[in-house]
Design a binder for this molecule. Structure first.
Ligand code: SF4
Length: 597
């Protein structure tokens, strides 16, 4: 099948062995690629008795069939396995150029296990993988690590690796690539660290073979024209441009999800543009260019995108832009997830304010709005020491250790809720509760549907009343499937691709006549096998819920008064996914997913 390179490298770091196997095309027809194919390939190897940070654990670094092709915004990659943060199925994706280069270096994916005796890195080039000594990289932050490797390889490579947080096995550590891009969520930086794997260097100079080059080019042209028009806000202001819209609709969480209003003019994209010298930054082959770089105190740093600016801003009641930028820089250098660390810190601040923290911790936790205290707490988080150790464990574990109900923890399936208020869009709340990796804004960003940002009328994905899902559960299921496809193909979710275009992209790339039905079935297969893995690891349909903390009505702002009643929609949701009426997965369905044909 074209589009794929046809090769997956299996790397055993304990035994210093690399084995290259053919990409299983029969499975690719069922799960496409990216995180979907990774879930199927890892299904037998992810077991409850194997700790995600044990040498025997596996981590997959995957591209998909459209990655690295002419399709716009198709440069992403996915890191997948068991999450050390949640203990369940985990995946994180990132932009830059790493995914495209991985394909162009000859691989659909790398599947890594074992633990090297000392620090190593991988060199991926021309269809081969070499394990290289990397003890000189030990202790470097993520930017220094990339600079050091570029001294050897020059700048025409892509590097994904970890900073100090990953080396210290911090459960929220990220895999960083292409300067400040991050496969941030779920702690895969710690998995790299546990294997003494500092980085992967990909030298991608080849071509990705596609079946219908001219047709793909024409589709790419049409999509590019649409993105230039529809995503102009991101091109002009970066993702932070969404803040004014989000604020109006109450979609921006404030003070650990307890408020709805804040002085927006202090931290929005206009203010950002007025105060700093900013340059747009695009991932490989992307016409949107939502990334930002800025000159900050004499250094070139990555600009905070929406999620980070809100997490380290309104969520902590911090309205000092310098602090947000500095906090983002700390996160990128140490290499950790901004969303989970910010929510976890906000949780501790909230507990302190509510007098629910033990006395010995109170002095270590800053107050809301304490800029200096926030930066210090984040530094300690990167070091995985002091109060930072507690922050890095995440809200679910913090609640457990403090003997508090999980209703206090702003998380779903132990993954911290990102910066879209579940009370602002009931469809978003249902997506969080049923998401394949827990609370995730990328695998079902239904707020975009109700705002008319992402719509696919031919597929029945259209805006509707944002607080009411009556008669619209199917739209949530369908949109979640479209988002799942982004992570199987693998491409960027900001470049919204309606189903018809997905079918075209897959068919032109692979040469297989994909149909809408087959593509939607593959998305459902992918979501379901990830759910099955999480169930094997101890999750259950009882986790398809929002915590009580975000089910109290807000007294102000654009989400005023709404309590998303998602429970009443779950039976229909399960039925549309082909699951049992109680949310479990039937033996027959699982057997179909696990069959090799
Ligand atoms: S929209 Fe932004 S994140 Fe997505 S590919 Fe383009 S530059 Fe990268």
């Amino acid at each position: 099948m074209l589009g794929y390179t046809g090769k997956i490298a299996y790397i055993d770091l304990s035994n210093q062995k690399v084995e290259i196997k053919p990409t299983p095309f029969k499975l690719a027809e069922k799960f496409i690629g990216g995180s979907g194919l990774a879930a199927r390939l890892l299904y037998d190897y992810i077991k409850p008795e194997i700790d995600p940070l044990a040498p025997e654990a596996y981590v997959a670094v995957m591209a998909g069939p459209v990655t690295g092709t002419a399709l716009p915004a198709s440069s992403r990659y996915a890191v997948c396995g068991r999450s050390p943060l949640t203990g369940y199925w985990g995946e994180a994706t990132s932009g830059g150029k790493f995914g495209a280069y991985l394909k162009r270096a000859g691989f659909d994916g790398l599947i890594i296990t074992g633990k090297a005796q000392d620090m190593v890195y991988l060199e991926v080039k021309n269809g081969r993988v070499e394990i290289k000594p990397g003890s000189n990289l030990k202790g470097l932050d993520s930017y220094e690590m990339q600079e050091e490797l570029k001294k050897v390889y020059g700048s025409n490579v892509s590097i994904a690796g970890i900073g100090v947080a990953g080396e210290r096995l911090m459960p929220m550590a990220a895999v960083m690539n292409d300067h400040g891009r991050a496969a941030g969520r779920m702690g895969f930086g710690a998995v790299f660290g546990s294997k003494n794997l500092k980085a992967i260097v990909v030298d991608g100079q080849g071509e990705v073979p596609v079946a219908a080059k001219e047709e793909l080019k024409e589709l790419a042209k049409q999509l590019t024209a649409a993105y230039k028009k529809e995503m102009e806000l991101f091109t002009q202001y970066g993702t932070l441009g969404y803040l004014d819209i989000g604020y109006y609709f109450g979609d921006t969480p404030v003070k650990y999800f307890t408020k709805g209003l804040f002085p927006i003019d202090k931290v929005n994209a206009r203010k950002f543009r007025e105060e700093y010298s900013i340059h747009p930054r695009a991932c490989w082959g992307c016409p949107i260019a939502c990334g930002r770089e800025l000159n900050f105190k004499g250094r070139i740093v990555d600009g905070p995108e929406y999620e980070t600016a809100v997490t380290y801003g309104p969520l902590l009641e911090n309205f000092d832009m310098d602090t947000i930028i500095e906090a983002n820089d700390i996160a990128n250098r140490y290499g950790f997830d901004t969303i989970s660390t910010g929510v976890s810190l906000a949780f501790l601040m909230y507990l302190k304010e509510e007098n629910l923290l033990p006395e010995n911790l109170k002095a270590e936790v800053p107050d809301f709005g304490d800029s200096k205290g926030i930066l210090e707490a984040l530094r300690l988080t990167g070091e995985n020491s002091g109060i930072g150790q507690l922050i890095g464990k995440g809200v679910a574990r913090v609640a457990e250790e403090l003997g508090l109900s999980q209703d206090y923890a702003a998380a779903v399936r132990r993954l911290e809720i990102p910066m879209h208020e579940p009370r602002a869009f009931t469809g978003q709340a249902l997506s969080y509760a049923t998401g394949p990796r827990g609370a995730c804004h990328l695998r079902g960003s239904f707020f975009e549907v109700d705002l008319g940002i992402a719509k696919d009328p031919d597929f029945g994905v259209v805006p509707g009343p944002r607080f009411n899902l009556d008669g619209r559960v199917e739209a949530v299921v369908k949109f979640q499937s479209l988002r799942e496809l982004d992570n199987c193909l693998v491409k960027c979710s900001f470049a919204f691709t309606p189903l018809k275009a997905v079918v075209g992209a897959l068919s032109y790339t692979t040469g297989v006549a994909w149909t809408p039905e087959k593509v939607v079935e593959a998305a459902n297969n992918s979501i379901t096998i990830k759910r099955a893995i999480s169930f094997n690891l101890g999750s259950s349909p009882a986790d398809d819920r929002l915590p009580g903390h975000v089910k109290k009505p807000l007294a102000e702002g654009g989400a005023f008064g709404n309590v998303p009643e998602i429970e009443k929609y779950l039976p229909e949701f399960y039925q549309l996914r082909g699951w049992n009426s109680d949310g479990t997965i039937s033996r027959e369905f699982l057997a179909r997913l696990l069959a090799d044909d």
